[in-house]
Design a protein around this ligand. Structure first.
Ligand code: DGI
Ligand code: FE
Ligand code: FE
Ligand code: FE
Length: 186
């Protein structure tokens, strides 16, 4: 597997609109990988496959999580939006024989974040948030932070997401709080 192959695989299962998002995330992630001296290949492959499961139906995502020995079942009790990252990581492991933890974790945690994210996980998480197609108030500040302080950029985006979900009375998965707390502690 390489970045070009990963992009071709995601193209097979995504609408052209979503694929355009994936391509922007991949480009953004590769730029951040260069800036922060992360593993280009791992970041590129993970970014290209991060939304691989985004357009699969809920029943299939649920079945994938239920049948996985790796994934926590409490994912099924929160927002439906949480399923595509973990299910995508599991499907990619099975279908493409990718065992690299950094790639699988970058995909698995790209929506929620988690405590103790690796450099590559933080980059994919952030690239998804700030890719050039995004346009919401906080994105401008996070784009600036992303070139100055990767941890602060992640922390700020987690804080924004938590506030956003709370304002809509939504559930928040604990990993999101764990990620926010770790990056906020002095
Ligand atoms: O798949 P994308 O649309 O590119 O982006 P994503 O996978 O980061 O999904 C983001 C959405 O998930 C965002 O609108 C917030 C929502 N969401 C629902 N529950 C949670 C959550 N995001 C986080 N961080 N934590 C949650 O518990
Ligand atoms: Fe996603
Ligand atoms: Fe995200
Ligand atoms: Fe995405």
């Amino acid at each position: 597997m390489n970045v070009e192959m990963a992009l071709a695989e995601s193209k097979k299962v995504l609408s052209s609109k979503r694929q355009a998002h994936v391509e922007r995330v991949t480009e953004e992630a590769l730029q951040l990988a260069k800036l922060y001296h992360a593993d280009q290949e791992q970041v590129g492959i993970a970014a290209a496959l991060h939304d691989y499961a985004k357009e699969f139906d809920k029943a299939f995502l649920t079945k994938t999580i239920e049948s996985s020995v790796h994934l926590p079942k409490d994912l099924l009790l929160f927002n439906e939006e949480l399923l595509h990252g973990p299910a995508g990581a599991e499907l990619i492991r099975r279908k493409f024989n990718i065992e690299e933890k950094n790639i699988l974790h970058s995909i698995r945690y790209h929506t929620t974040g988690r405590a103790r994210m690796s450099l590559e996980e933080k980059i994919v998480f952030l690239a998804d948030y700030i890719e050039p197609g995004r346009d919401f108030p906080a994105v401008y500040k996070v784009r600036e932070l992303a070139t100055e302080d990767l941890n602060e950029a992640c922390r700020y985006s987690l804080r924004e997401t938590i506030q956003f979900l709370m304002s809509k009375n939504q559930l928040i998965y604990p990993d999101t709080f764990h990620a926010y707390n770790e990056l906020t502690k002095k």
